[in-house]
Write a protein that binds this ligand. Structure first.
Ligand code: PEP
Length: 253
């Protein structure tokens, strides 16, 4: 059985105080309503990690960062290392979000180094892949996603790869209100699983959690989750509203 995961990517939102309030609200709802069958992960900005870790102690809710550098320490002004992320109490880190690729020029080579370093420090990596609208229209989306997997992940050995969760996030669906249809998402998730099977083993592919991300909301989550290869969601906008996030958690189960 694959682990189902619902991860909230807060992006660059919430001050320290606002973040603590949101963690506290989500913690309360999850305690009262969650079946505990899936793993909830909160990914606030770096400034909130340590305080969120304290608020989440003993709740079963996990914590993740949204990025990290590949070195442990050094002259990299403004960066945060995986060792530092780990020291806050976080267990996960998102790597390769399309906003990092697009606005901060992160390349496949850098993302591989980040992923490898994060895993070396015992973090689980939520690795994002996804095509742009142009690439979808040009019908090269399978090829694009396959090369993102190849560059960012496939030089990991099997043991390292077992710390990876994939998030398929079509760029045209992120923050736009447009969602991939359950069929479009399933088609890509199934493809990703096949490619993993070809590079590692079918058993590893079967065990890999593949999340969908891109305008996932309470009203479309159940349809997406009904697909055989969708194992949860990476949620942006809706993760900032405790009630919406909790309703998505319910749909995931
Ligand atoms: C994201 O940024 O990972 C994301 C899926 O955003 P949204 O849910 O807002 O589309």
């Amino acid at each position: 059985m694959r682990t189902k995961i619902i991860a909230g990517n807060w992006k660059m939102n919430k001050t320290l105080e606002e973040g603590q309030a949101l963690v506290t609200e989500i913690r309360g709802i999850v305690r009262d309503e969650h079946t505990g069958k899936s793993q909830v992960v909160l990914c606030p900005p770096f400034i909130s990690l340590a305080s969120a870790a304290r608020l989440l102690e003993g709740t079963g809710i996990a914590l993740g960062a949204q990025n990290c550098h590949f070195e442990d320490s050094g002259a990299f002004t403004g960066e945060i290392s995986p060792l530092m992320v780990k020291s806050t109490g976080a267990q996960y880190v998102i790597i390769g979000h399309s906003e990092r690729r697009q606005y901060f020029g992160e390349t496949g080579e850098m993302l591989f180094k980040k992923t490898k370093a994060a895993i070396r420090h015992g973090l689980k990596v939520i690795f994002c892949v996804g095509e742009s609208l142009k690439e979808r229209e040009e019908k090269i989306f399978f090829k694009v996603v396959e090369s993102q997997l190849q560059e960012g992940l496939f030089a990991l050995d099997r043991k390292e790869f077992s710390s990876v969760v994939i998030a398929y996030e079509p760029v045209w669906a992120i923050g736009t209100g447009l969602t991939a249809t359950p069929e479009q998402a399933q088609e890509m998730h199934n493809y990703i699983r096949k490619v993993i099977g070809m590079h590692y083993t079918e058993e590893i592919a079967e065990e890999t959690t593949i999340l969908y991300g891109g305008s996932m909301k309470p009203d479309n989550a159940a349809g997406l989750m009904a697909q055989a290869d969708i194992d949860g969601g990476l949620i942006g906008g809706a993760a900032l509203k405790a009630r919406d996030f909790a309703d998505i958690i319910k749909a995931v189960g």
